[in-house]
Design a protein around this ligand. Structure first.
Ligand code: PNS
Length: 164
């Protein structure tokens, strides 16, 4: 039984995140999608909203025999990963610019917990420029985000920004 944790802010979940989860399902029996609770980050969506959106869209994902779990964590990722008896952490790498930060985190995490591997996965090219931050910015400024996030997330964005 191979268990991975896919940690992140998921503010909100994008089609890029879902692409990574679907790819991770080819490697792992269980993926825990772990929403970070970071009071300093001032997210657009509350923790409960982020968890709800994830649960909604993951229910529609074809994950085969891979078990998907939504959870949240606070504090050190490695401590949480040990508690959840995970073998690996999954992170998506879009462009070269992601790599430096992700490498630093992966090496620090390895130092903290050498038993747990970090697995970098590349999303489909179509999502290589999609981030939660840009989706929020584009939507807020009136741009179209169709195809970048699931329809249910787009509906939540509409509610959040008070658009009809
Ligand atoms: O979606 P994000 O915001 O890029 O996710 C970042 C995340 C949650 C993976 C990272 O901030 C994290 O692991 N936070 C937990 C605190 C921690 O363990 N810090 C040390 C990392 S080396």
């Amino acid at each position: 039984m191979r268990r991975a944790i896919y940690p992140g802010s998921f503010d909100p979940v994008t089609n890029g995140h879902l692409d990574i989860i679907a790819r991770g399902c080819k490697l792992f029996d269980e993926i825990i999608i772990a929403v970070v609770v970071n009071p300093e980050k001032n997210p657009l969506f509350t923790l409960d909203e982020r968890r709800e959106m994830l649960s909604e869209v993951l229910g529609e994902l074809d994950s085969g025999s891979c078990h998907l779990v939504v959870d949240n964590f606070q504090g050190l990722l490695m401590q949480y990963a040990v508690e959840r008896k995970a073998d690996a952490v999954v992170r998506g790498i879009r462009a070269f610019s992601d790599y430096e930060y992700e490498l630093q985190m992966a090496l620090m995490n390895r130092r903290l917990e050498p038993r747990i591997e970090t697995v970098f996965m590349m999303p489909a090219e179509a999502y290589s420029y999609v981030s939660s931050r840009l989706v929020k910015e584009v939507y807020h400024l009136g741009g179209a985000i169709k195809g970048l996030v699931p329809a249910s997330v787009e509906a939540r964005m509409r509610q959040k920004f008070g658009k009809s």
